[in-house]
Design a protein around this ligand. Sequence first.
Ligand code: SF4
Ligand code: SF4
Length: 141
Amino acid sequence: MKSSFWFIKVILSSREMSGTDCINCNICVRGCPVKAISQLDGEYVSDQTKCINCSVCTTICPKQSWQAKRRGYSVWIGGTNGKVPRAGTRLSRLVENLDEVYAIIDRVLCYYKDHGQKPERLGHMLERLGTERVCAELLSR
Ligand code: SF4
Ligand code: SF4
């Protein structure tokens, strides 16, 4: 079986802005890959229901107005290139403890071993079994 995991170190962006430094350049709004940042009553806010913790905003803001509050790891699984490409699925939002990341990886590998079919990749197994269902099962273990 072929496996493909994405493990991305992330910085969770603060929703609070140090507004005095902001120069309204709009770079964060344009740079956010999931359009989670918008302007509300003159302030820039991030919608945490959309945010994928990629930390682009904390990196590209020229005034460091977006500050990281917490740091950790976000686990994405099932991303693959090849003949049937697939974008990764975010399994965990923000895991601050590295041991917990390893425990999640362990659970995913065991699940894949039990449910994957040759030569199915992990992402394609998720599609076959239902991504939501598999993620829920992995997180409840
Ligand atoms: S961390 Fe990434 S997804 Fe979240 S608001 Fe910033 S740029 Fe957008
Ligand atoms: S990138 Fe920074 S300075 Fe520019 S609008 Fe966003 S918060 Fe303000």
